[in-house]
Design a protein. Structure first.
Length: 543
């Protein structure tokens, strides 16, 4: 079968002054009808730039300076903007990575999907509404009539992604480009979206270009795979050949970095608890007037857990399960309304603000988004030194200690003079670790510390955490929705659902013999579940 989309030696030039001259260099790919081609690689590999080049949505200073992009034999590089508008949506449609950013917050979901028909058809208003409702039902959004009237912020992440898919499918495109559509989603929602895309593709015969950095997703849905690195395609072939017998060193490196789901052999744990969480609850009340009609959400409900000294306790579950709320209760960023949190015998929940400031030396937090948690106007070294200065250390000594901490987490001590935007995502996460370790805490609370990182950078940060735990005697509370990561770094795990711990115990037992239906559902939803067994980080690196 002849391909419907062909990239023939396509190059995309970047503005002068960057780390390389081209975002894409002589990229050649082909996509046939009724086929799913996964383009995989790390940040900066050129995956998303490939999608934007096909759609002719490149930033103003970025230009295509070589090659052809053929859609049904027609070179898209030669079309003007008016001609490309007819191709977008009707011929080639795109699902963007972050639907909250791609959707207009001031317009209802129904209006935004309906606009596709307004621009590209002569349907009446009634016909447009009927077609839009049918699309919302087709992508399996609960209560399509309610979603039709809703605004983006009123839908969950998975529902917003489904609305984006409905918009992309509105005009029955022949090619669907999906740019990291499941990266920010929980494992069960991710599984639902992958199944939806696969089912729609098979039913409609659509060709799908699926961009991802997750090899589990590749193993789950791809017919063929193309691996990109620094703007070049370094390897491509069938899914079985690329994943089963990778030829390029970069492909082998990426696959080796995928953590297997199977937990390593259990370590002997201390009988001495460093932290005890007893019957902690936190409730949010929103809306209503004078207490009437309020919505009550039990974010954390009667949670009791024990963290042994030197151990890593994983907290896993979907968005809204209460993981991050519990983490913030532990470090008193928010106050639990009941229960106790004992660290070395002291109940943190009962301390005053002044007393808690002193106690923070013993418990520190690593945040999910290091860029958002670092002051963009403050040098990285100053951010790390700030806690030491607040706790009484002189500024020169604190800055000197910051350089030592940079070395501890694998950064160049001279980089303390740089600003956050001058670092990569993995480097910023290392800065977050250095800042948390500055006060030499006994307990580190890590809230999704690797969820936004590429697989190889993720492996580096996880290895670093394991080394720091061993070298410094840290005890860690590790919050994550990635069960593969939890399996590799955690000694114990607690599974949360709707604010409650539904199952807890040693990681090998909980993941190997799950008892609760929710835990079983989470494990069954992992894309490419068997992929990575025997691969991943070396067992000794995680010891």
């Amino acid at each position: 079968m002849s391909p419907i989309l062909v990239l023939d030696d396509v190059s995309v030039k970047l503005p002068a002054g960057g780390d390389r001259s081209h975002a894409m260099e002589k990229v050649s790919l082909s996509l046939a009808a009724n086929e799913i081609l996964c383009v995989v690689g790390e940040s900066g590999s050129g995956k998303s730039m490939t999608a934007n080049a096909i759609m002719r949505l490149l930033p103003g200073a970025v230009t295509i300076d070589g090659g052809r992009i053929l859609f049904e034999g027609r070179d898209l590089c030669g079309l003007d903007e008016a001609q490309m508008r007819k191709v977008r949506g009707a011929g080639i449609a795109m699902i963007f990575q972050e639907p909250m950013t791609a959707l207009n917050p001031l317009r209802s979901i129904g209006d935004q999907i309906g606009e596709m028909f307004e621009l590209h058809s002569e349907l009446s208003a009634a016909e447009i509404k009927a077609r839009t409702l049918a699309l919302l039902e087709e992508v399996r959004i609960p209560d399509p009539a309610l979603a039709f009237k809703a605004y983006p912020h009123e839908l969950s992440g998975g529902q917003r992604q489904r609305a984006m898919i409905a918009m992309a499918l509105a005009l029955d495109p022949k090619v669907l480009i999906a740019d990291e559509p499941t990266t920010a989603l929980d494992v069960t929602t991710q599984a639902q979206i992958l199944k939806l895309i696969r089912d729609l593709q098979r039913r409609k015969g659509t060709a799908v270009l699926f961009i991802t950095h997750d090899f589990g997703v590749v193993a789950e849905i791809a017919d063929r795979v193309a691996v990109m690195s620094k703007g070049e395609v370094v390897e491509q072939g069938t899914t079985a050949s690329v994943l089963g017998n990778p030829q390029h060193a970069y492909t082998r490196q990426l696959i080796a970095a995928v953590p297997p789901l199977k937990a390593p052999p259990a370590r002997a744990l201390s009988d001495e608890p460093i932290m005890t969480i007893g019957h902690v609850s936190k409730t949010y009340r929103t809306g209503g007037f004078l207490g009437r009609g309020q919505r009550v959400t039990h974010a954390v409900k009667d949670v009791s857990l024990v963290l042994p000294k030197g151990a890593t306790l994983g907290i896993v579950g979907e968005s809204g399960s209460g993981k991050s709320t519990l983490a913030r209760c532990l470090v008193r960023l928010i106050n639990p309304e009941s229960g106790e949190i004992r660290l070395n015998g002291v109940d943190l929940a009962s301390l005053s603000r002044e007393e808690m400031r002193s106690a923070t030396r013993d418990i520190q937090m690593v945040f999910q988004d290091p860029f958002a948690s670092l002051n963009p106007r403050r040098k990285a070294g100053e951010a790390v030194a700030q806690g030491l200065i607040v706790h009484g250390m002189a500024r020169p000594q604190a800055l000197a200690r910051a350089k030592e901490l940079f070395g501890l987490v694998g950064l160049d001590p001279a980089a303390t003079e740089r600003y956050p935007h001058e670092f990569s995502g993995g480097q910023r996460q290392r800065i977050g670790l250095a800042r948390a370790l500055a006060l030499e805490p006994a307990v580190l609370v890590a809230d999704e510390p690797v969820s936004a990182l590429d697989v190889s950078v993720q492996a580096q940060v996880l290895k670093l955490l394991a080394e720091l735990r061993q070298r410094l005697g840290l005890s860690i509370v590790f919050i994550t929705h990635d069960l593969r990561v939890a399996a590799q770094v955690c000694d114990l795990v607690a599974v949360m659902k709707s604010g409650e711990v539904v199952e807890a115990g040693p990681i090998g037992k909980v993941f190997g013999e799950p008892q609760h239906p929710y835990t079983q559902a989470l494990l069954a939803s992992i894309p490419g579940r068997g992929f990575g067994e025997g691969q991943g980080l070396a067992r000794e690196a995680m010891a």
